[in-house]
Design a protein around this ligand. Structure first.
Ligand code: AHM
Ligand code: MG
Length: 334
């Protein structure tokens, strides 16, 4: 196999398409290096004394695990000094983290969920890091939260690292989706998929069915039809998977297709779903669209949403195009 490293890919992509200037390449390399460090910490588990709760809550009122905080710190430290960023924002921090004055200020904004799938950390199930890159607005001198409130269509790069049986980095800079597998002996990212494509049709869906009694009618209608299988209106059987790590569920869909849903429901009417727009839904929507799939909030394209708050939540329907279009059309008919 001809080995193409992450660095080689980024440099060739710049030569061919002019989409990855040196400062963006540095950013992606720094993030991916931090993900290697995270992968190492995750892999140590109890031996590294990194499991369990940190005894604190994040801005969303969720209990933080030790690894949530450790991974957040890794990403902050790795990205502070390179001169490529103006500020960062994270699921684990209430407000933004501007680059300290002692370092030069760069032109990009980085958002991340340092460790997605927190409920799976202590049970040794795949988890991941999700990131999204925006350009700082023209003329910005002191970054504020408002500078981050850009629609997903403005992302210049997005991706995730998945810490599973293999550690992988899945990336888009707007020219398809590439996946790299961590060669653990060499410590390098090696391209193992170029131009990932989500099959348009699927027979697999992902939703937390324990919330069924809270679902709104369009979701209930759609899932009832899938569950009815070959004797129902869809005329075919569907299979179900739910890892409860969005990274792992999306990775499966990028690999073999499927539809992923975390809808809004009637539990807390003020909360439109569980997942966060800016560092979970937008980067995943960018990847999924770049792989030929679709991503909506049940009514419109996720990446078209104009964010109002850094930690805003959004309903998510993403994956194989035909299924996402179907469940979205049920919402529009509602
Ligand atoms: P987290 O960022 O705190 O880990 O929460 C996000 C995760 C997603 O990865 C996953 O799809 C979802 O929460 C699972 O939620 P639930 O436990 O309700 O099934
Ligand atoms: Mg998350």
């Amino acid at each position: 196999m001809k080995r193409i490293s992450l660095t080689q890919h980024l440099i060739e992509e710049q030569r061919l398409n002019n989409t990855i200037p040196a400062s963006l390449r540095l950013l992606i390399e720094v993030v991916s290096r931090a993900c290697k460090t995270i992968s190492h910490a995750v892999g140590k588990g109890a031996l590294g004394e990194v499991l369990g709760s940190a005894g604190s809550e994040n801005v969303q009122g969720e209990v933080q695990k030790k690894l949530d905080i450790i991974c957040n710190d890794y990403l902050l430290q790795a990205n502070e000094w390179g001169g490529h960023l103006a500020a960062m924002a994270s699921e684990e921090m209430e407000t933004i983290h501007p680059i300290p004055n002692r370092y030069p200020m760069g032109e990009y904004l980085l958002l991340f969920d340092p460790l997605d799938g927190s409920s799976n950390i202590d049970v040794n199930v795949s988890i991941g890091t999700i990131f999204s890159v925006l350009k700082a607005p023209e003329g910005m001198t002191t970054p504020t939260e408002i500078d981050f409130l850009q629609a997903g269509t403005r992302q210049v790069a997005a991706g995730y690292a998945i810490y599973g049986p293999q550690t992988m980095l899945v990336l888009t800079t707007g020219n398809g989706v590439q996946a790299f597998t961590l060669d653990r002996e060499m410590g390098s990212w090696v391209m193992t998929t170029n131009n990932a494509q989500i099959p348009e049709e699927t027979k697999e869906f992902a939703i937390n069915a324990s919330n069924a009694r809270h679902w709104h009618p369009p979701v209930k209608r759609y899932i009832d039809e899938l569950l009815a299988g070959s004797t129902g209106p869809r005329g075919k059987d569907f299979n179900m998977r739910w890892v409860a790590s969005m990274v792992a569920d999306v990775h499966r869909i990028l690999t073999r297709g499927g539809v992923f849903m975390y809808p809004a429901d009637a539990r807390e009417p003020d909360k439109p779903g569980k997942l966060r727009l800016m560092y979970e839904a937008n980067p995943m929507a960018f990847l999924v669209e770049q792989a030929g799939g679709a991503a909506t909030d049940g009514r419109g394209r996720i990446m078209d949403i104009q964010p109002e708050k850094l930690h805003q939540r959004v309903p998510v329907f993403l994956g194989s195009r035909s299924e996402v279009e179907r469940v979205t059309s049920y919402h529009r008919q509602d």
